[in-house]
Write a protein that binds this ligand. Structure first.
Ligand code: HEC
Length: 269
């Protein structure tokens, strides 16, 4: 019976031109990509224009939120909208690649962007932004960075001395609301990763290195997508290239705040 249902839905959509629903049609894909992990009021992306409501928001609030994403849509060139190009990392995204080009999830978001580009704002319900989720992410402080690379790689050089001073970057060290990464800091992380990877004496155990080092560096097993990406890098440049990339990954540079019972921290954290 399922095909008939789908078919009827299709018909219904084309005959009545029904407005797509953000909550039903699009949000599941974004939830899967964990956009809200960062894009919430206390997340690393709290200063961006993309702040998700609480999971428990009403349907009207969810639809109003979906509608408010117009601010991130380019009506003239929908394909180039930030709402699409950021999570696909076509425009550099501090959150990295979250929606793979060509994936079903990206297709859903594309449809929504098309919808927003061809309609005008309708919904006015107030949107309450999700408060600090238990999974708020924090960027490592410089001291934590040094300690981490010492523990992981046996590196005692204190690479953070080359980083822009912390109070210059964000006013406070690792304050409750987590921080983004300024271009200056991103560059410094990149340079440090390159140096550390070149000097590292870890044994390259073949493709297994990706899982082994990934698990320690990210404090969790790699996701299947990450694994695929890092295996490609390993093939290209061995452990060195994998190290260089992992040391610049948000999964390494950010940690979940300890309010989340699932988070496990090394002793110095
Ligand atoms: C690991 C954290 C993280 C995740 C997960 C994440 N982002 Fe981001 N995102 C950021 C940060 C930090 C910024 C601000 C810096 C930048 O623009 O790259 C940002 C910026 C953006 C912007 C630009 C917002 C503006 O005001 O211009 C969009 C759009 C965006 N992200 C979409 C997404 C979508 C869609 C997802 C999920 C599919 C997602 N992001 C997942 C961290 C994240």
């Amino acid at each position: 019976m399922q095909w008939r249902f789908v078919c009827l839905m299709g018909l219904c959509l084309s005959v009545f031109g029904q407005t797509p629903s953000f909550l039903r049609d699009v949000y599941p894909s974004l939830k899967k990509a964990d956009c809200r992990g960062c894009h919430n009021a206390d997340g690393v992306s709290s200063t961006t224009r993309l702040l998700f409501p609480e999971e428990s928001a009403s349907e009207a609030e969810w639809e109003a939120f979906g509608d408010s994403l117009r601010a991130l849509v380019d009506r003239e060139h929908p394909e180039q909208s930030l709402l699409l190009s950021k999570p696909a990392n076509r425009v550099k995204h501090a959150g990295g690649l979250r929606l793979h080009p060509g994936s079903a999830e990206e297709a859903k978001l594309k449809q929504w962007v098309q919808h927003l580009a061809t309609t005008t704002a309708t919904k006015r319900a107030k949107v309450t932004v999700a408060p600090g989720e238990k999974t708020a992410l924090r960027r490592m402080t410089h001291a934590q960075y040094d300690n981490t690379v010492r523990d992981l790689l046996g590196d005692n050089t204190g690479p953070s001395r080359q980083f822009p001073p912390e109070d210059f970057i964000d006013g406070f060290k690792n304050q409750y609301t987590a921080q983004g990464i300024s271009p200056l800091l991103a560059e410094a992380y990149g340079a440090a990763a390159e140096k550390l990877a070149a000097a590292a004496t870890l044994k390259d155990t073949g493709p297994g290195f990706v899982d082994e080092f990934g698990r320690i560096a990210f404090h969790r097993p790699l996701t299947p997508d990450e694994r695929t990406r890092y295996l490609v890098l390993h093939k290209k440049g061995g452990a060195r290239l994998v190290l260089e990339a992992m040391l610049q990954s948000p999964a390494f540079l950010y940690r979940e705040s300890c309010a989340n019972p699932k988070c496990r921290h090394p002793p110095w954290w």
